[in-house]
Design a protein around this ligand. Structure first.
Ligand SMILES: O=C(O)C(=O)CO
Length: 306
C-alpha cells in the first residue's frame, strides 16, 4: 500500500481518533461499527497455517499432508530441516523461528545470540519465501528495570531491522501471557503460559512496535494470549491491525481446540481480521485434547474459514 492510501485507510478506520505518527495510540477510542466488518469480510479468505509443535509427537510430514488435504496454505513452528519436504508438497512457510521466548533482547547478555538468530532467520525466510521471522522480548530479570528492558530490546532489534528491510522480510514481536497454568498434578504447563515474560501486555508490545518505526517490524497478535492478558479482543485487534503482521489462535482456557468448550468466539474475530484487508497468515496454535487431532485441525480450519 502506498503511503497516501495507507493514511486514507487509517483515517477511514479510526474516524477522528488520535494517531501517533500514522498509528493509533493505545487506549484511544475506536469508532467503527460491527456491521462494517461483516460487509468487508467477503472475497478475502483467511490464509491459514499451523504451528507444528502443537501436534507433537505426530511427525511433521504426516501433519503436512493432512494440512494440504484440509486446505491450509502454510506451516510454521517446524524444523528448517523439513522446509524442503513441506514446500515440495505445495505448502508455504508462514513464519521462521529465531531465538526462543526466554532468551530475548531484554537482557544484553543475549544480544549476540538474538542478533545472529534473527539474521539467520531472515536468510532462511528469503530462501523459502516466508514473510516473517518471530521475535520475543524475553523474561524479566532482576536488576533490569522496565525502562532498561525497553531500551535493550529496541537497541538489539534496531541493529537487525536494516537487514530485514533490505531483504524484505518482517520481524514480528509475539505478545505472550505470563500466567502460570497448572497441570492436573500441580506442575506448571510449559506452553499454556510463560510466567516472567516481559512483553505480556499487548499495549506495551504495540508501543515497542511503534518505537521501532519500521513497516518491517510488527506485532504477532496471539488471540489466546491477548484474551488472557488484555481481553477486549476485537477492539484490540482493530486498534492494532495496521501494525499486526501475524496472528495465532487457540481456545481459552486450556490452549485447546476452538470448540464449544472454550470462550473465544472465533468467526467474528476472523471477520474483523478480514475487514482490515490483512493479507498475512493466521496460524492455528492450539494443543489438541481429542483422540483425533486432525479432526480438531479440520474443525478449527472450518470455523476460521469465514
Ligand atoms: O506460547 C507461544 O505462543 C509461543 O509461541 C512460544 O513460543
Amino acid at each position: 500500500m502506498k503511503r497516501r492510501e495507507f493514511l486514507t485507510a487509517q483515517a477511514a478506520l479510526v474516524g477522528g481518533a488520535a494517531l501517533v505518527g500514522n498509528r493509533l495510540a493505545a487506549h484511544e477510542p475506536l469508532v467503527q461499527s460491527d456491521g462494517a466488518d461483516a460487509a468487508k469480510a467477503s472475497a478475502n479468505p483467511i490464509r491459514q497455517s499451523v504451528m507444528g509443535w502443537c501436534f507433537n509427537p505426530m511427525d511433521t510430514l504426516t501433519l503436512a499432508k493432512h494440512c494440504k488435504a484440509i486446505g491450509l496454505e502454510a506451516m510454521e513452528g517446524i524444523s528448517p530441516n523439513h522446509y524442503d519436504a513441506v514446500t515440495k508438497l505445495g505448502l508455504k512457510i508462514s513464519l521462521v523461528g529465531s531465538h526462543g521466548f526466554a532468551t530475548g533482547p531484554l537482557d544484553p547478555e543475549n544480544h549476540a545470540e538474538v542478533e545472529s538468530k534473527l539474521r539467520n532467520g531472515i536468510d532462511l525466510a528469503v530462501q523459502y519465501g516466508a514473510p516473517n521471522v518471530i521475535t520475543f522480548t524475553g523474561m524479566r530479570k532482576a536488576g533490569i528495570s522496565d525502562e532498561a528492558a525497553r531500551r535493550n530490546c529496541l537497541d538489539c532489534w534496531k541493529r537487525v531491522i536494516g537487514y530485514a528491510e533490505e531483504k524484505n522480510v518482517g520481524l514480528v514481536l509475539e505478545h505472550l501471557n505470563s500466567k502460570a497454568h497448572k497441570n492436573a498434578d500441580g506442575t506448571i504447563h510449559p506452553m499454556k503460559g510463560h510466567p516472567g515474560y516481559w512483553g505480556d501486555d499487548i499495549h506495551l508490545c504495540a508501543e515497542l512496535v511503534n518505537e521501532m518505526g519500521s513497516e518491517k517490524f510488527k506485532l504477532l497478535f496471539d488471540i489466546y494470549h491477548v484474551q488472557i492478558m488484555n481481553g477486549d479482543l476485537i477492539e484490540n485487534l482493530r486498534r492494532y491491525r495496521t501494525i499486526t503482521g501475524h496472528y495465532h489462535t487457540a481456545g481459552n482456557p486450556g490452549r485447546r481446540e476452538l470448540d464449544d468448550q472454550q470462550e473465544i468466539n472465533y468467526p467474528p474475530i476472523m471477520r474483523a481480521i478480514q475487514a482490515s484487508d490483512y493479507n498475512g497468515y493466521v496460524a492455528q496454535e492450539f494443543i489438541p485434547t481429542s483422540d483425533d487431532p486432525i479432526a480438531s485441525l479440520q474443525q478449527a480450519f472450518d470455523l476460521c474459514n469465514v
